[in-house]
Ligand binder design. Sequence first.
Ligand SMILES: *[C@@H]1O[C@H](CO)[C@@H](O)[C@H](O)[C@H]1NC(C)=O
Ligand SMILES: *[C@@H]1O[C@H](CO)[C@@H](O)[C@H](O)[C@H]1NC(C)=O
Ligand SMILES: *[C@@H]1O[C@H](CO)[C@@H](O)[C@H](O)[C@H]1NC(C)=O
Ligand SMILES: *[C@@H]1O[C@H](CO)[C@@H](O)[C@H](O)[C@H]1NC(C)=O
Ligand SMILES: *[C@@H]1O[C@H](CO)[C@@H](O)[C@H](O)[C@H]1NC(C)=O
Length: 428
Amino acid sequence: MRYTCYMLISSRLPSVCCLFTLCLFLILSFLSSVAGVPRIYTHTTMIVAYALRQSRFIFAAIFILIFLVSLQRTFLPNINPSPQLSLYSSSTPYDPNIPSSLPSVPANTTANSTLGFGAILAVSAATSKRRAGLLWAANLTAIEIVIPEQPVWTDEDLEAFRKKEGSRIDRGSALAWLGHLNALKWFLGSGLETALVMEDDADWDIALRTSQVFLAASALRSLLPSHPNYWANTSSWELLHLGHGPENIDSNLFHRIHSHPYMNYTDSSIPLPTSLDSSTSDLLHNLAVPASTRLWHRSYWPLGSYAYAVTRASATKLLTHYSTEKTVAFDVALLEACRDRNWDCWTLEPGLVNEFKVPSEIATVNAGGDVGNENIGELDEDMEMTVNIRCGMRQPGFWVEESDVQGRKEMIERAGMGLCPVRVETNE
Ligand SMILES: *[C@@H]1O[C@H](CO)[C@@H](O)[C@H](O)[C@H]1NC(C)=O
Ligand SMILES: *[C@@H]1O[C@H](CO)[C@@H](O)[C@H](O)[C@H]1NC(C)=O
Ligand SMILES: *[C@@H]1O[C@H](CO)[C@@H](O)[C@H](O)[C@H]1NC(C)=O
Ligand SMILES: *[C@@H]1O[C@H](CO)[C@@H](O)[C@H](O)[C@H]1NC(C)=O
Ligand SMILES: *[C@@H]1O[C@H](CO)[C@@H](O)[C@H](O)[C@H]1NC(C)=O
């Protein structure tokens, strides 16, 4: 209610009413001055003239009232910024002094709303408390995410999935694995050519759609046999790891990476080397990759399935070979496919997507907890920023309650202008 009043006052309505009343007032004044000296004195004309003269004052009063309201509105935001009316009701309010305007990018680098893939799929259980945050982040970035509905997995489903003997997978990881398989089945059913699969704790930079994806896809197109597809020739890759954990750094690293084609390119949206995760900066340093540079390389140790792309062929292969327990977790299965079975896997380093550190659903399930009833808005104050992401869309500063329609609209505008709620050190 308070919100409706605020909207009413802050809209253009009072000015319009004001003008309207003023016009009525003038017309009535004119009419009554005419009617005041009627040529034919009848009973009716006397009454009309009287009524007109009285209503003049009523309209004058309404006019003054509305005028005062619109006057107050002009000063309202300065005099009385009532906290209830604050447009940013998240626990860490949007501070207009803090945000940094990130370097603008040419409009022609913006990827389409599915980032050049057929679809972006999220693996998320219906009860996941992380879903609201994921969808809001997608909305802020103007990307479309589909969450294939998951069946409620029964004990029979789990039993069928597990190894009959020597099962080593815990319940949470098994459920997550079934979730990935479910997303891959959705993808094959859709008839689309490619899909990017994410987990629902995925976080990414504000420039993901406006510049990062364009640069990454252009680099991949020059790395792999050329083809009109946005993400290069889909017959020449099986998995693209766009969000993953660190590669294994060992004495063979340089040789392993450089014995296959690789591609580096400049991307100013990478955090400064000092802000990168130490294993990532060590890796890049060991490979002599300069600052502000991303590297596409053949995957060797792509642990962590925060975001990976599949083709129809590779999704089919995954569903054929990995539809039951093969190892301790789905991301380990992907790692083994790339590392030990020579699948055509490519890794982008640093990745574009990383894991937002909310309490892991796998851990919650394993601890016997229910994941349904926690409020996504209540985020830990001292929560860490997402690793290797400059301005993460999941950070609390971006969060606006779902009920705050106007607040959400304004935040989408801010995000669209590249405004980050925290100060970001850039390379420029
Ligand atoms: C984007 O536009 C700029 C300036 O108009 C041009 O120099 C650049 O080549 C364009 N890039 C692409 C990918 O079209
Ligand atoms: C985005 O581009 C890809 C590749 O060209 C295409 O397959 C997909 O349908 C596009 N998505 C939308 C929403 O247009
Ligand atoms: C953002 O969310 C609103 C409300 O749910 C929806 O109307 C709008 O299309 C969404 N925008 C994008 C880019 O998904
Ligand atoms: C795509 O890649 C496959 C496998 O590397 C190759 O056989 C095919 O010729 C490529 N297509 C194009 C158009 O380059
Ligand atoms: C790619 O890496 C090499 C050194 O490994 C460097 O000389 C070159 O400038 C890099 N290219 C880009 C675009 O950063």
